[in-house]
Ligand binder design. Structure first.
Ligand SMILES: Cc1cc2nc3c(=O)[nH]c(=O)nc-3n(C[C@H](O)[C@H](O)[C@H](O)COP(=O)(O)O)c2cc1C
Length: 668
């Protein structure tokens, strides 16, 4: 190798007495897989270790609570005040740092959003007496929580003594973290959590030295915390401080105040980590975690602005996926460090692959937010396109030893390709049969959709990988029972997918009516005024796509709610798009007849006619389960994966395919 491909990205950076081997840090992704008492489990350790193995220079554990008595939001946060955490926290630090990454811990107090404290009957504490809406009718464990009598959760302003206590708890936590062997701490002062509440002018209207209109007073707590942490960890130990460069809510602070905040941190914080947004606002949370509708690196501007005013290294975060783009950020001086959140779930090996020039093998995060939704629902980590994420311990488990088998995969969609790839990588002889003339399955129809660019890239990457892995690919070849008999495989994986449901409504066969899949590839077939039947993900996303092409869209849904397919975080982004693109949504409304000039519906308000020149149906998919089941008798080992079990999502398809392929050949 003559020279590094990304010289700025891979230039080590010295912070305090620590050398970080490159500029790519793994941004906190919460914690998960705790054992009782908020200490990491083996799975949690493997999750973070895997990132370190992939070449990240620093790996930060998210949401580690400094005082569980007053500052815990939910049961799945690591608790730094549990002395029993010492052995597993030390094991975690060791697992990360033995791969050359700096292990770091995010020190967090949730302030007035310490929901678990409230749910256990405790008092919520914040900068001032206030109340927050009681919208949490189930707690984070999914258990019902009694609603408060007035629909509010009451917060009490902290006393001086409680503030001093809080400062002490940050110090104690930092000392504990250092004792465990971590090489850095990250103080969380952003996203609307505890310290951020003190910084925020509209929240912190205290009349004493800890708050009020004067930023110096509102910053006093964060600066005192840094001082206390410094005392605890000593000189030279890197202290990173995470802030929102701007809160991006009506009542929050803007970038000008973000700059002022950063200037006050300069000289005290070793790294100023500039995120953006606020977790309590539907809009601002999509700034913190940009969705597929935002540009790559859409938050770099906050870091770049702050960097002009401070001497400390500045880190940026948000929607960063491509190494060349990261290189440009560092080279152009917009930031000194890049942090990858979801990209570190989509491909833990990004730094290594970038260094090795293997960019075309990087799995780029699609920002589908399945990771986030899954973690909110199940408290487990997952990634739609990376079946290893959340299963790192199993990845290295020796349990699935394999005997070489002849494996027939029926169907070359997302599930079929993942199954073929995993089986081939495990040394099996794999034949992949696809009925059409292209791999990719039903979702390849979305290739014209700008916000699905990364999905299209993923499908192409998988198709290439399948070929390179030595899979025998037979295109235009449906797996009939005769073919299955003729091939006589040891194992069959049926990945036949699903077909669109065509509703039986009078007029459905009219020349103005199309299925969603067709319209995705032929958007020009629609007129100006479009009615889409079905407000599930397919219908909504198609509506957003067509609205972007200048069509007026009405979504008609029989049910009283839109169907987010289990991805409520992505739904947040969709709702904002629906609003921005002025898409009309009619719920509890059933189409009863399609006419040449529109759709007649029945709803709570009786019959309503929606004029339209084009009508599209997106009312769901029917799984090809019968055809899949019929293949079962042609091989001793048989699995069904993906939509042919039931039409669902990419995450189900990839994880089922990966696991089925790993199960094959355990018995010789
Ligand atoms: C599943 C998940 C968990 C997260 N947990 C934390 C956390 O514990 N603390 C935190 O400050 N940010 C957390 N974040 C935010 C990320 O660190 C990051 O700032 C954000 O996802 C934007 O970066 P990205 O576009 O690279 O994902 C989390 C994000 C995701 C997707």
């Amino acid at each position: 190798m003559d020279e590094l491909r990304y010289p700025h990205l891979f230039e080590p950076i010295r912070v305090g007495r620590t050398i970080f081997k490159n500029r790519i840090f793994a941004s906190p992704n919460g914690c998960q897989y705790q054992n009782y008492g908020g200490v990491p489990s083996e799975e949690g350790i493997a999750f973070y270790e895997r990132k370190a193995m992939g070449g990240f220079a620093a790996v930060t554990l998210g949401e580690c609570i400094v005082d569980s008595r007053t500052g815990q939001a939910h049961s799945y946060q690591l608790l730094l005040d549990n002395p029993l955490g010492l052995p597993p926290m030390s094991a975690m630090a060791n697992a990360i740092s033995r791969h050359g990454a700096v292990a770091s811990v995010q020190l967090q107090h949730c302030g007035m959003f310490s929901h678990l404290v409230y749910e256990r009957g405790g008092q919520l504490l914040g900068p001032v007496d206030t109340a927050i809406p009681d919208i949490h009718f189930t707690n984070n464990d999914g258990h019902e929580v009694a609603a408060s009598p007035d629909g509010l959760r009451h917060v009490r302003g902290m006393t001086e003594e409680e503030i001093e206590d809080l400062i002490r708890s940050f110090g104690k936590a930092a000392a504990f973290v250092k004792q465990c062997g971590y090489g850095m701490v990250q103080i969380h002062a952003g996203h609307g959590w505890g310290l951020a509440q003190f910084i925020s002018k509209n929240v912190n209207t205290r009349k004493d030295k800890w708050g009020g209109p004067d930023l110096e007073n509102r910053m006093r707590l964060t600066l005192a915390v840094i001082d206390r942490v410094r005392k605890a960890v000593g000189p030279g130990f890197p202290i990173e401080v995470r802030i929102s460069g701007a809160e991006c809510i009506d009542t929050g602070y803007d970038i000008d105040e973000g700059i002022a905040i950063a200037k006050m941190l300069d000289g005290k914080a070793d790294i100023i980590h500039v995120s953006a947004g606020h977790h309590e606002s539907q809009y601002a949370t999509t700034i913190t975690h940009p969705g597929m509708f935002q540009e790559d690196g859409c938050n770099v501007k906050y870091a770049a602005e702050i960097k002009k005013h401070v001497k400390a290294p500045v880190a940026t975060v948000g929607a960063l996926v491509e190494p060349a783009f990261m290189e440009e950020i560092i080279a152009s001086g917009q930031a000194d460090i890049v942090n990858l959140g979801r990209q570190s779930l989509a491909d833990q090996d990004l730094p290594l692959k970038a260094r090795m020039g293997r960019e075309d093998d990087i799995d780029y995060c699609m920002r589908c937010c399945a990771c986030f939704s899954n973690s909110t629902r199940t408290r487990r980590r997952a990634c739609a396109i990376n079946p290893v994420t959340g299963h790192e311990l199993e990845e290295r488990s020796g349990f699935w030893t394999s005997h070489k088998k002849k494996v027939l995969i029926a169907g070359g969609g997302i599930a079929g390709m993942e199954a073929a790839l995993t089986a081939a990588r495990r040394g099996h002889d794999v034949i992949l049969c696809e009925a059409s003339n292209e791999l990719g399955g039903v979702l390849k129809c979305e290739k014209l959709v700008p916000f699905k660019k990364r999905l299209d890239e993923y499908l192409k990457r998988q198709a290439r990988r399948v070929k390179e892995a030595g899979v025998e690919i037979r295109m235009n070849t449906p797996v009939t029972e005769e073919l299955a008999k003729e091939i006589a495989p040891d194992a069959i994986i049926a990945a036949l997918g699903s077909t669109p449901v065509k509703p039986t409504i009078p007029g459905i066969d009219g020349s103005n009516v199309f299925g969603a899949e067709y319209v995705y590839t032929h958007p020009e077939c629609t007129g100006e005024n479009v009615v889409i039947l079905g407000a599930g993900l397919v219908g909504i996303e198609l509506g957003i796509f067509l609205a972007g092409e200048g069509r007026k869209i009405t979504l008609i849904e029989m049910l009283p709610v839109m169907n987010d397919g289990g991805n409520m975080v992505h739904m947040n982004n969709l709702l904002l798009q629906i609003e921005e693109k002025k898409i009309e949504v009619k719920l509890s409304t059933r189409a009863v007849e399609i006419r040449e000039n529109g759709v007649m519906t029945e709803g709570e308000k009786g019959e309503i006619f929606f004029p339209a020149d084009t009508v599209i149906y997106a009312v769901g998919q029917r799984s090809r389960s019968d055809e899949a089941i019929a293949l079962g008798k042609y091989a001793p080992e048989f699995h069904m994966v993906g939509d042919c079990i039931a039409a669902r999502n990419i995450l189900s398809a990839t994880s089922e395919a990966y696991n089925a392929a790993r199960d094959i050949g355990r018995i010789g």
